[in-house]
Design a protein around this ligand. Structure first.
Ligand code: OGA
Ligand code: ZN
Length: 391
């Protein structure tokens, strides 16, 4: 084990408040002691794999082939000059130079690793008076408005756009400001309007219980946009419940039910003359860090459960508990969209539905489309890098 000197060069101003104070070379890794008392391990394989030269100069994509080195690669020499760390490697006649600030930023030791919690914050029906909104004109023209609105939608999963142009093209024009659209078997857009021969219960005037759309898809669509072109019949109010809040409470109050619903997959299916789209999914989806990131719930698309015999009864009990919790009036928001309003929500988190409406009393027409989560998050990151959010 070799302890390396880390004297600061007088001519160099400190790059960081926290500096490397010492570096120790071990068998498979360097151990770095930071001036704030934290210490971090950097494996040689990791360092070589992430050498700045491993990434293409213009695209930033990794071009290094990990198999071009052995798992026993180690430094021949290590030098720290007060701001950057230079390693001459035992293989490939290669030299890597790492900035101290980069090493700190990408440290993967427990104490310094990045926060992996999700950006979502759950709500109950008191959120009804705080739903974030923007005017469509500002949303289209002003990046700062777009960024603030997207940040609020990311956090809450539900937001509004007002003053929409009363045209059939407006929903696509507006959603495309975020990114390209997700096409489904219902088309790039879909018209929620009562028709004589519906292929889907949404295209009737009956009530739609709370649901998430297209749970039968391999990956259900992310953000749903519903532009109200008219809604002057009696009834037809939109309903919303934050699935995240329901699941947070379920996890806390009935962890066994939560565990069944997040591990056992049930079948979902949509079929009409031209399609038979099916997928098994657990109703609850966690990410690899344990955050609740998705609920798939659609009574109309749930197919015939085919769980193992030993689980079937307990699963039904857990599923019914979820159904009951979704009906909690303290969690439900009801709002009547008017012409010019557009509601946007995270279809994989916030459940939506509608009250029945009376077709003889007026007309109701919503036009919808979807933008997936990865495109939404990407746009958010790009905007964040170019704008600072304002309240
Ligand atoms: C749908 C839907 C809601 C409404 O089309 O999937 O949920 O308000 N529509 O009609
Ligand atoms: Zn729906």
């Amino acid at each position: 084990m070799q302890v390396l000197s880390t004297q600061q060069h007088d001519s160099q101003p400190p790059l960081l408040a926290v500096q490397i104070s010492s570096i120790t070379q071990a068998e498979r890794a360097l151990n770095v002691q930071w001036s704030d008392g934290s210490s971090a391990t950097y494996h040689y394989l990791w360092l070589r794999d992430n050498c700045p030269s491993a990434f293409h100069l213009h695209t930033g994509e990794r071009s290094f082939n990990l198999l071009s080195i052995s798992v026993d690669i180690c430094p021949r020499a290590v030098e720290f000059d007060g701001s950057s760390l230079t390693i001459d490697w035992s293989e490939g006649e290669h030299r890597s130079v790492f900035e101290q600030s980069w090493l700190r930023e990408y440290s993967y030791c427990d104490a310094l690793a990045k926060n992996r919690s999700s950006s979502y914050v759950s709500w109950d029906n008191s959120f009804a008076s705080q739903i974030p909104e923007a005017d469509q004109g500002d949303f289209m023209q002003d990046d700062q408005t777009l960024l603030n609105w997207m940040l609020a939608l990311d956090k809450n999963g539900l937001a509004l756009i007002r003053q929409m142009p009363n045209t059939e093209a407006a929903v696509v024009e507006t959603a495309s400001r975020i990114d390209y659209l997700r096409q489904t078997n219902f088309g790039v857009t879909f018209d929620v309007i009562s028709v004589a021969r519906p292929i889907n219960l949404a295209y009737t005037s009956i009530a739609l219980p709370l649901h998430t759309d297209l749970a039968n898809q391999e990956v259900p669509p992310g953000y749903q946009f519903l532009h109200c072109l008219c809604n002057d019949s009696s009834g037809g109010e939109s309903t919303f419940v934050d699935g995240l809040r329901v699941l947070e409470k379920l996890r806390e109050e009935n962890p066994d039910a939560f565990a069944l619903l997040s591990t056992q997959a049930i079948p979902f299916r949509f079929h009409d003359e031209g399609h038979d789209i099916r997928q098994h999914h657990p109703v609850i989806n966690l990410d690899s860090f344990g955050n609740i990131i998705e609920l798939k719930y659609n009574a109309h698309l749930a197919d015939i459960f085919d769980l193992p015999e030993a689980i079937m009864y307990d699963y039904y009990v857990a599923y019914r508990e979820l159904m009951l919790r979704l009906q909690d009036p303290a969690l439900k928001i009801e709002l009547k969209l008017g012409a010019g309003d557009m509601v946007v929500f995270d279809n994989r988190r916030v459940l939506h539905g509608r009250n029945a409406f009376d077709e003889t009393s007026g007309s109701r027409h919503l036009r919808g489309c979807y933008v997936d989560r990865s495109e939404f998050k990407s746009r958010l990151r790009v905007l964040e890098n170019s704008q600072a959010p304002q309240s």
